[in-house]
Ligand binder design. Structure first.
Ligand SMILES: Nc1nc2c(ncn2[C@@H]2O[C@H](COP(=O)(O)OP(=O)(O)OP(=O)(O)O)[C@@H](O)[C@H]2O)c(=O)[nH]1
Ligand SMILES: *[C@@H]1O[C@H](CO)[C@@H](O)[C@H](O)[C@H]1NC(C)=O
Ligand SMILES: [Mg+2]
Length: 322
């Protein structure tokens, strides 16, 4: 009799806990905000120099794996108040693209609601400093700030290239390492990713000299990511990830997270869909002026990670239909 009471009690309690978790995840789940029409348009420079005031429609993801306009590489740069850091990154990347992918590249700069004139600044550089052709540097402005994940996912759905890569505006990664990433997946027939990795640098000055608290938070996050199921990838957070067109089509329409944890969601979807992920060592150097708010952003990342993982397990997030 007592045993039966105990069993009934346990079963009931489990059901209540499960329902509570399920409801909590539904309530807390990430809902990407709707897209404004202006966010599907870009601005660029004029052939004769200067900024073109017109807005042009961006291509939305075609289902065909072929590139549009014969573009090999599209670079998406998420930018939030980046007038101070952007020029170095553009110097390096444009020089590389012009010499290694001449006339077959584009940069799509996603201005994530900056209020320091990042978009106008970048267009000015494109015209006066780099003398780019129309369409080579495209700017899409988000009407309201979405966070790095929102900006990157939005941008990658609007590119023309056969490959799409996202890279940070501060130029922390060595841009020419793009070559290694392309090499790593260029023979793949289906969808594939090549992601930059800084795992080889954990003993280096760049990491050792970071503040104790930064490293502590970094290791805590790594541990949490490990517990929540990404074991086969050492550096999930590197801001230098390359996708072939097929991978973009299979991953980005299904993203839910818009904040810093989006890197993990990309990998969760890739692993669930058995898309190959090659992790490639790249050069990386710390750049000052980080906009990560350590305390607030670490807590948000931890919470978002747990919600995302459980939401996939419970089927609240799906990765096969919108
Ligand atoms: N902080 C912040 N950055 C954003 C946002 N949207 C896009 N970004 C961009 O995300 C990129 C990375 O931001 P950083 O401030 O360099 O991040 P970090 O602290 O250097 O982080 P690590 O480079 O991973 O060490 C930059 O290109 C930002 O401009 C946003 O809403 N907030
Ligand atoms: C962005 O830049 C503007 C102008 O410099 C400043 O007023 C604003 O506080 C900045 N926002 C953030 C979040 O850094
Ligand atoms: Mg950085």
């Amino acid at each position: 009799m007592e045993l039966i009471d105990f069993l009934t009690y346990t079963v009931l309690a489990s059901i209540v806990i499960l329902l509570t978790v399920y409801l909590a995840v539904i309530i807390l789940s990430h809902k990407p905000r709707p897209i404004y029409d202006s966010e599907l348009h870009y601005q660029t420079t004029l052939a004769k120099g200067g900024i073109d005031p017109e807005l042009y429609l961006l291509p939305t993801l075609p289902t065909s794996p072929d590139s549009l306009d014969n573009i090999e590489v599209s670079v998406v740069i998420p930018c939030y108040n980046e007038t101070k850091r952007l020029k170095l990154m553009l110097d390096e990347s444009i020089e590389y693209l012009q010499s290694h992918h001449a006339n077959q590249w584009e940069i799509l700069l996603v201005d994530d609601g900056s209020s320091d004139g990042t978009a106008e600044y970048a267009l000015g550089l494109a015209s006066d400093e780099y003398k780019l052709q129309p369409g080579e540097l495209r700017i899409v402005k988000l009407a309201k700030n979405r966070g790095k994940g929102g900006a990157v996912s939005h941008g990658l759905k609007l590119i023309r290239g056969q490959y799409g890569i996202f890279a940070d505006a501060d130029g922390a990664s060595k841009f020419s390492d793009l070559k290694k990433l392309i090499e790593a997946i260029k023979n793949e027939k289906g969808p594939a990713l090549a992601i930059g990795s800084r795992a080889h640098m954990v003993q280096s000055d760049a990491v050792v000299k970071r503040s104790f608290i930064r490293n502590f938070l970094m290791y805590s996050l790594h541990t949490l990511v490990f517990i929540f199921g990404i074991r086969e990838i050492q550096d999930t957070q590197c801001g230098f990830k390359l996708f072939n067109r097929e991978a973009i089509i299979q991953i980005f329409p299904y993203m839910h997270t818009e904040g810093w944890i989006f890197d993990v969601e990309i990998l969760i979807i890739a692993i669930r869909k058995k898309i190959p992920v090659r992790e490639i060592s790249i050069s990386w150097h710390e750049v000052g002026g980080s906009k990560v708010d350590l305390a607030r952003d670490s807590i948000n990342m931890a919470v978002d990670l747990v919600i995302t993982r459980i939401a996939y397990i419970l089927g609240v997030y799906k990765d096969y239909k919108l």
